[in-house]
Write a protein that binds this ligand. Structure first.
Ligand SMILES: [Fe+2]
Length: 204
């Protein structure tokens, strides 16, 4: 059985950038829905899921019957993408990365501001529902990606370490159609300390 992460903040702690009602509904209704659906789909497949992480399941979705693979990608992605999204947010974020992550950001993007601009623009440009990601490959090299629906970079063997949800449910109550304002504002509550931790320790 897979579950949603525990929030390390209250629903209203991310205000004014993300409103309390959005965090509450997003976490308790949307994310919980993906958790429930995923566990329902995987019921009866203990032989394929026992001792496996959700990352391993997404990486090896081909080991499941063909008729449930897309559903695992959709619901499993819904769980893992949201868990990452809620993990990296914080009301008291570290606003600048340090150490090996900063070194690699400077190497790849020139500086942190360039990375933020590029990822903001890429994420805003996602047509329809999806996500923007900062990912690392198996050598620690960074790149930015956008994905459609609940697709995760994990399916391509890449480790996501920063995730921006641009499904309308992530921002519509407060920002209405102004997706760009939401994405620009979310940097105020993205915690680079948590992303450093993922860069150094998260292996899919
Ligand atoms: Fe979402």
């Amino acid at each position: 059985m897979f579950d949603k992460i525990e929030l390390s903040y209250e629903y209203d702690d991310l205000e004014p950038y993300i409103d309390a009602e959005t965090v509450n509904i997003h976490y308790n209704k949307h994310l919980q829905g993906y958790v429930n659906n995923l566990n329902k789909i995987l019921k009866g497949y203990d032989n394929l899921t026992k001792g496996k992480t959700l990352e391993q399941i997404l990486l090896n979705v081909g080991s499941f019957p063909q008729e449930i693979r897309q559903n695992i990608i959709n619901q499993g992605g819904g769980v893992i993408n949201h868990n990452l999204y809620f993990y990296i947010l914080s009301p008291k974020p570290k606003l600048k990365p340090e150490g090996s992550l900063l070194y690699e950001i400077n190497n790849t993007f020139g500086n942190i501001e360039n990375l933020k601009i590029q990822l903001t623009n890429l994420t805003i440009s996602q047509f329809g529902s999806g996500y923007g990601f900062l990912v690392k490959d198996m050598n620690g090299k960074l790149s930015i990606h956008k994905t459609l629906n609940q697709n995760s970079p994990i399916s391509d063997g890449l480790t996501p370490i920063l995730c921006i949800d641009v499904w309308e449910h992530a921002y519509y109550l407060k920002y209405k159609n102004l997706r760009a304002d939401y994405v620009k504002n979310i940097w105020n509550v993205i915690d680079w300390g948590k992303i450093e931790n993922l860069y150094e320790n998260y292996i899919i």
